[in-house]
Every structure is written in structure tokens, then in C-alpha cells.
Design a protein around this ligand. Structure first.
Ligand SMILES: *[C@@H]1O[C@H](CO)[C@@H](O)[C@H](O)[C@H]1NC(C)=O
Length: 502
């Protein structure tokens, strides 16, 4: 019994000793920091400061430095984690690593990661044939109650093999269709004719509810990937697919009517109608011949400007960017500039292409909830979320929320949600660009507030408020937050700090 007790005590003392040592080591390292010197120097130079003020100022320099050090350490760890995982070639190891991390951080996965959606775990396969499949993302509120604000939104991913036909259907939802990859023809059936759209990767079409449409993968070799964002018009959070007009599989909605009704409406004998409706049973997506694909995909008639097939509303990949530098590119289309259905749906579509070894600035959206889908490359995401710790049922209620970091490795097929007001950052791996498309829900009047770079909200804060908020001289705060680049930066740690020399 005694031995059992004294061992933990001994361990405790050793641990305490060790942590003291490491603390001491850290402090001695900090003293040499030129930035700290400048900070203290500034404190002593302030003529308006009393001796007490100077002491407080000096102390805040130290405190700030402790924090900065912590943060640097975190970033360093992050980079190492990140390097580790991006160099992993075995997917399995990667995911098991991630699980460990989740366990370490404690709590249930669902509780800890309400904003991260994995390709395999969070999608249900709605239709699957040999030639393709349609996967439906689980309801946002099924993942977490925190996502109630977008519970009406649903998302599907359509995958179709080369030269296949996605059978005609209509939805009781408005649809924002985005062509992620591949080449398609979309037949948009109107009251008196069918308009054919030629789609390339990056193309967007906003399709009103009820529009009958069919899709052809017109490529010989490449698989087609489409993202369809559904905004249901009748039942919130739920949309229906109506197949028609012909066929047994998928079953045409017409065949649900009684034979009497159909005979009367179509003026044909029952035998003939039965034959007609039972003929097609290729499923929701099926292969068609190369010849049929060619017939379906009309050639562009360049000699006559008004003829030929329509093209998409716009191509997100080729639109002039809202923001671009050598570390990344951001392209946005939506309210208030777009005259399309996007305006009415209040949705903005955006494309972020972060150059390898780069990062987006830390920022948040004022009004929009971002639903982001990783379409290419690898990288990492961090979101700050104050809800989580206050939601955890085990602990007492806190009067002020404590912030929690949600982090995830990003890879193609993954989806994440960033609610408004929640600061977040994304960065690319060391070897690949990170490419993300986002549907920003509630986009009107949305602003992006940034924390670093040109026009960041810390520098924009008036000096007095800033000094009160940081308890630190505003010039130094500005120096830290300002930088000449904006929005996208290289992801690298400062070598030595040249700004401290000033
Ligand atoms: C993203 O950027 C890279 C290089 O910066 C470029 O090669 C790639 O085509 C871009 N992606 C798209 C879809 O524009």
C-alpha cells in the first residue's frame, strides 16, 4: 500500500521538477528575444507612464511573450503533425493517427467535430449502379444542433462513369449545380423545348425547383463529378426526386397513377402503356453508346453566334478572382452581383486555390455559413469554436465561454462547415495546392473580417481601445498584425524578427 502511494508521489515531484526546469529554460530563451527588448524599451520610454504604469507595461510584455511563445509552439507542432501526415502514404495510418488525436482531445467524436464531414462516414449512398452513384450528405442537424441555421440545405454528389446517362428527374428543391470534374451535357427541359448545356469543370448552373433535367457524361475516359446543393421548397431539410417520364427502374412517377387515369389521359390501350412503362430498367445511371453520346452533345456552332448549345451561367475557375496573389486565389460569385437564382437563394459560390506551403489569413464571415468541399490537394483546417466546452455536459456552466480548436486534415471529398463569426484558417500541404469550393449560405451583406495582413480588424481598431484590449502599446500591436500581403500568406515561421529592430 505504501509503495503504491509513494511511487505516484515521487513521480509527481519529478514531474514538477521537470516542468519547472523546462519553464526556466523557456524564460531564459525569451529574454534574448529582440521583440521583447523593444517592448520593454517602449514601456520605459513612455513619458506619460508613472512608475507603476511602467511596471505593468513591462509585465504585460512578459505575459504577451509567454503567449506568443505558446502560439509559436502550437504552430510548430501543427506543422510537424501536418508534415507527418502529408508525407504518409498509407491512408489507413493517417486515419488512425487522426483518431488518436481525437481521443486525446477528449470526448465523443460527434461532440468534438460538429463541422467536419468525412467522405465515407457522413454520406449515404442513395443510388448506385455499375455506372455511377449518387451520395447524399447527412442532414446538418443530424451532425450537430449547432448547424440548425442551415438545416434546410442538403447536398448530393453525383458520380458517373464515362459515356453514361443520368436518367431524367425533377426535384422539389432549387438546385445549385457545380461541375467539379469532367465534361457533361445537361438537358434542361423547358415548357416547349429542351435546352442543352455544355458543362466543363468549374461550371455552375442554378436550376429552379421542378425543372426536369437529365445529364450525360460526354467524356470518353474521365469520370464526372457534380455537386448539387439542394434548397428544398416545401419540406424544410428534405427534398424528393421524381423520376420520369418513362421507365420501370427508376420507376416513373407516372406509373403510380391508376391505369384508368393513364388510359384516359394518354388515349392509349392499357397493354401498350404497360409495355411502354416497363421497357427501361437500366437504373438511375447507365451506360450509353459512344454514338448516342455524340448525338447528345451537339458541336459548338462557332460560325453563328446565336445557335448551338448553351454554356453554363459562369465558370468559377476562369472568372476574374476577387483576390489573388502568389500564395492563393479567391474567386467569388453571388449576391449582390449575380442576377441569377443565386441572388434569390442568397447563396454565394466561391473557389479558393491555396498555393502549396501557403495559408489563408485567419478570418471569419459576418453573416454567411460556409459549406466547403475539398476538391483537390491536401491541407489542414482550424476553426475556433466557443460553443463546445460550454456544451459539454460533464462540467459546470461557465460564465464566459472558453475557446476550443477544431482541427482536421483536409483531403479531396471532405466537407467542412464554418458558421458565421467563427474565426478559421486553412493551409495547404507542402507538396500540393489546396483547392476548395464553397457554398456560402446567407451571403447578402456578408463581410470577411481578417486578423492579419492588410486591412485587418486589429489594426483598424482605434489605438485606445486596442491598448485597453491588449494592455500593450498599440504601435507594437500594429507592427505584429500588419503585413503588406493580404488574405493569402506563405505558411512559414518567422526566422528572426526584422520588425523588432525598428
Ligand atoms: C490552382 O492553382 C494552380 C497553380 O497555382 C493551377 O495549376 C491550378 O490549375 C489552379 N486550379 C484551378 C482549378 O484553377
Amino acid at each position: 500500500m505504501k509503495i503504491n502511494l509513494s511511487l505516484p508521489i515521487l513521480l509527481f515531484f519529478l514531474l514538477a521538477l521537470f516542468s519547472n526546469l523546462s519553464l526556466a529554460k523557456k524564460e531564459t530563451k525569451v529574454v534574448g528575444d529582440p521583440e521583447l527588448k523593444t517592448c520593454k524599451h517602449q514601456c520605459l520610454q513612455q513619458q506619460k507612464y508613472s512608475e507603476d504604469d511602467k511596471l505593468i507595461c513591462l509585465r504585460s510584455c512578459d505575459e504577451y511573450h509567454g503567449l506568443k511563445h505558446e502560439r509559436e509552439k502550437q504552430i510548430e507542432e501543427q506543422i510537424h503533425e501536418h508534415e507527418g501526415s502529408s508525407e504518409e502514404h498509407e491512408e489507413e495510418e493517417e486515419s488512425s493517427e487522426k483518431k488518436e488525436e481525437q481521443v486525446e482531445e477528449g470526448g465523443e467524436e460527434e461532440e468534438e467535430y460538429p463541422y467536419i464531414f468525412e467522405e465515407d462516414r457522413d454520406f449515404d449512398t442513395k443510388f448506385e449502379t455499375e455506372d455511377g452513384r449518387i451520395r447524399l450528405l447527412k442532414k446538418f442537424t443530424e451532425k450537430s444542433e449547432l448547424l440548425k441555421g442551415i438545416e434546410n440545405i442538403r447536398l448530393t454528389i453525383v458520380e458517373a462513369k464515362p459515356h453514361t446517362f443520368v436518367a431524367p428527374r425533377h426535384f422539389d428543391s432549387d438546385v445549385v449545380l457545380f461541375n467539379i470534374k469532367g465534361r457533361a451535357v445537361l438537358g434542361w427541359v423547358k415548357e416547349s423545348e429542351t435546352e442543352k448545356f455544355i458543362l466543363e469543370s468549374g461550371d455552375m448552373l442554378a436550376i429552379p425547383a421542378g425543372t426536369p433535367l437529365y445529364i450525360v457524361n460526354r467524356d470518353e475516359n474521365e469520370k464526372l463529378f457534380l455537386a448539387m446543393l439542394h434548397v428544398p421548397v416545401s419540406t424544410p431539410g428534405k427534398f424528393q426526386e421524381f423520376f420520369g417520364p418513362g421507365g420501370r427502374d427508376p420507376e416513373s412517377f407516372l406509373s403510380a397513377f391508376g391505369w384508368n387515369v393513364l388510359q384516359a389521359a394518354l388515349q392509349s390501350p392499357k397493354g401498350q402503356l404497360e409495355k411502354l412503362f416497363n421497357q427501361q430498367n437500366g437504373g438511375s445511371i447507365f451506360e450509353i453508346s459512344r454514338k448516342k453520346v455524340q448525338e447528345m452533345a451537339p458541336k459548338k456552332t462557332s460560325w453563328w453566334p446565336f445557335g448551338g448549345p448553351s454554356t453554363a451561367e459562369f465558370n468559377l475557375f476562369t472568372k476574374p478572382p476577387t483576390f489573388s496573389n502568389r500564395h492563393g486565389r479567391l474567386t467569388e460569385v453571388g449576391p449582390p452581383d449575380s442576377r441569377s437564382l443565386l441572388e434569390k437563394l442568397n447563396i454565394m459560390l466561391s473557389f479558393t486555390n491555396i498555393t502549396m506551403k501557403s495559408m489563408s489569413t485567419i478570418h471569419y464571415n459576418s453573416h454567411a455559413t460556409k459549406i466547403a468541399l475539398v476538391i483537390d490537394g491536401k491541407g489542414h483546417l482550424q476553426i475556433v469554436c466557443p460553443h463546445i466546452s460550454s456544451r459539454s455536459n460533464s462540467k459546470h456552466e461557465k460564465s464566459s465561454p472558453s475557446n476550443h480548436r477544431i482541427s482536421a486534415d483536409l483531403k479531396p471529398g471532405m466537407l467542412f462547415v464554418v458558421p458565421p463569426g467563427h474565426p478559421f484558417v486553412t493551409f495547404s500541404s507542402r507538396k500540393e495546392n489546396l483547392q476548395i469550393i464553397s457554398f456560402e449560405i446567407n451571403a447578402r451583406d456578408n463581410k470577411k473580417f481578417t486578423f492579419a495582413g492588410k486591412d485587418n480588424i486589429v489594426s483598424s481598431m482605434d489605438d485606445l481601445a486596442k491598448e485597453l484590449a491588449f494592455n500593450y502599446p498599440s504601435e507594437i500591436v500594429n507592427k505584429i498584425f500588419d503585413r503588406k500581403e493580404s488574405f493569402f500568406f506563405p505558411f512559414e515561421l518567422p526566422q528572426s524578427d526584422p520588425r523588432a529592430d525598428a
